[in-house]
Design a protein around this ligand. Sequence first.
Ligand code: TRH
Length: 380
Amino acid sequence: MHNDQRSTTLAIFCKVVDNFGDIGICWRLARQFHREHGIAVTLWVDDLASFRRIWPDVSVDAVEQIVDGVRVLHWRDQEGTFLPADVADIVIEFFGVDIPPGYVAAMAQCEPRPVWINYEGLSAEEWVEGCHSLPSMHPRLKLTKHFFFPGFTGKTGGLLRERGLLEARDRFQADPAARAGFLARLGVTRDEMAALTVSLFCYPHAPVAEMFAVWRDGDRPVTCLVPQGVAREQVAAFLGTDAVATRGNLTVRTIPFLSQDDYDRLLWSCDLNVVRGEDSWVRAQWAGRPFIWHIYPQDENLHHVKLRAFLQKYAENLDSLIKFSLCWNGADEPAEWSTLWTSLQAEWHAITERNVEWQTLMLANGDLVSNLLDFARSLR
Ligand code: TRH
């Protein structure tokens, strides 16, 4: 890394294993490094079609393109020879992906060596603090990579948060016309906006049909907005082939799969957000509205350990939120979904207060991109 910050270069290697989380996070990182720190970013990504879903400016055919100031390369294989001049000052491999061997060989020839970061997944478990920033030597080459963990404490990398995000959210939430205009563009009617609005982003095994039944039979109108493709079967069971349907007190409406920026606006607009995986979960925390997290499932229910670790930190004393979240994730059995929903609503005020408190705590950990840069600089 050069002293002159403007000439710092950074490469991110991203493989879209499943869903949108990987590219979602890598794209946020890329944009923020470039926009807020003036870094020349190259994003290597294997699946341009998934990328385009969250960022419509992306061309799916281009081997190389500039998107929002970031150089995007289609990562098609592990072939290729590289020169030290091709190597970035900071190299981020996302979730331990295998960087092309030719690129790694060139990294070993650089003087000084690039900072090599393995960017890991977000978890509230205690062990994360012990592993964050640990070095790992390459078995053959004179190269060391370091683990970088996002997290919820000052001993981790913190959470992704763009400069001005909370101010933009506050402006939007203070302006009813902005919300109404945004929702109207998605086809939401005035009546639907006036109901309790829920955004739904979950994995297919979530108990969506059960919640639909509770809202349908409940005593207040609920509008559930579902981006295209989410919980496909359960939503189709309610809607048939229509885009919107009302049964009892519930209206379900499918909306387009949004760009990342519009997805934030959706979270800021709704009274309750159901989110999943990693990136939408973090965005929901910054949205400042009650949220339910559907965690990405792992073998042997390892994800239940992660879920409990988060709830222990975040939802202390929010018993209804804990119970609801455990049931939503199959980690506990509900007696009655309607009872769970009633108790959750009774806790609404306390949940909202906790959100504010939580954001203050998270802000104190700094933002992840700045933390990562400070860490990278400390290694040179
Ligand atoms: O897509 P996901 O399920 O991704 C997951 C997780 O990242 C998980 O940790 C990982 O191991 C697994 O993939 C393979 O959920 P996530 O993380 O919330 O990412 C979704 C991205 O899509 C996020 O950046 C928000 C974005 N998004 C939109 O841009 N528009 C939309 O309409 C919606 C619903 C999401």
